[in-house]
Design a protein around this ligand. Structure first.
Ligand code: CDP
Length: 208
């Protein structure tokens, strides 16, 4: 089974995706971390063809064998990852890697273009929406950051870049179910997402 979860920054993809993966026995893959790792490697002066990127089963990101998981979620890499994500060579390389990972076992894969480009035939496609205000509050809370206006501005510029790039812009797939999270608790969003997976499993087993 392949479950695609897409949505803008801080829309709740990771919390929802990780829980679904546990619930349905899938591997969870955060593709954003791969773009972050490429941005980190480039900041270190490494060319794309000299990078190897692996994600372990327990979600550690290895860059040329070094565990860089703890270095990826910084404001600087938020922006740099979205810049490198506009490059065709980077996307071609990472999409191939993501498809290969999804071919090995059941996955919940989270990102921006999973339902549209990486796994267009995913079994369940979910797109999470949330207002920029709420997303900025969530992100500032996660990072212990008190500059809400600054966080809003950073999300805005990243949303803009992610949504207007020429390749694989952030967009719900035409067959994705959109979950609007503004008026929902995390538990409610998870439950709505889990219902979609159960519906799929029911259809698969009973052919309805
Ligand atoms: O966690 P957050 O939603 O803030 O970002 P992320 O999922 O870690 O992704 C970081 C950046 O990588 C995004 O702003 C996108 O530009 C890029 N990305 C992408 O282009 N395609 C994906 N499938 C995942 C991430």
């Amino acid at each position: 089974m392949r479950i695609a979860i897409d949505g803008p920054a801080a829309s709740g993809k990771t919390s929802v995706g990780r829980t679904l993966a546990q619930q349905f026995g899938c591997r969870f893959i955060e593709t954003g971390n791969m773009y972050r790792a490429v941005a980190l490697a480039m900041a270190r002066g490494l060319p794309l063809d000299a990078m190897t990127i692996d994600i372990t089963e327990d979600e550690r990101l290895l860059l040329n064998g070094e565990d860089v998981t703890g270095l990826l979620h910084t404001p600087e890499l938020d922006q740099r990852s979205s810049e490198v994500a506009t490059r065709p060579d980077v996307r071609t390389r990472l999409v191939a890697l993501q498809r290969e990972m999804a071919g090995r076992r059941d996955v919940v894969m989270e990102g921006r273009d999973i339902g549209t480009v990486v796994l267009p035939d995913a079994d369940v496609k979910i797109f999470l929406r949330a207002s920029s205000d709420i997303r900025a509050r969530r992100r500032a809370g996660e990072r212990g950051d008190h500059d809400l206006a600054g966080t809003i501005e950073q999300l805005r510029s990243r949303d803009e870049r992610d949504s207007t790039r020429a390749i694989a812009p952030l967009n719900p797939a035409s067959d994705a179910t959109i979950i609007d999270t503004d008026q929902k608790t995390l538990a409610e969003v998870i439950s709505a997402a889990a219902d979609l997976v159960k519906e799929h499993l029911n259809e698969r087993w009973h052919g309805v």
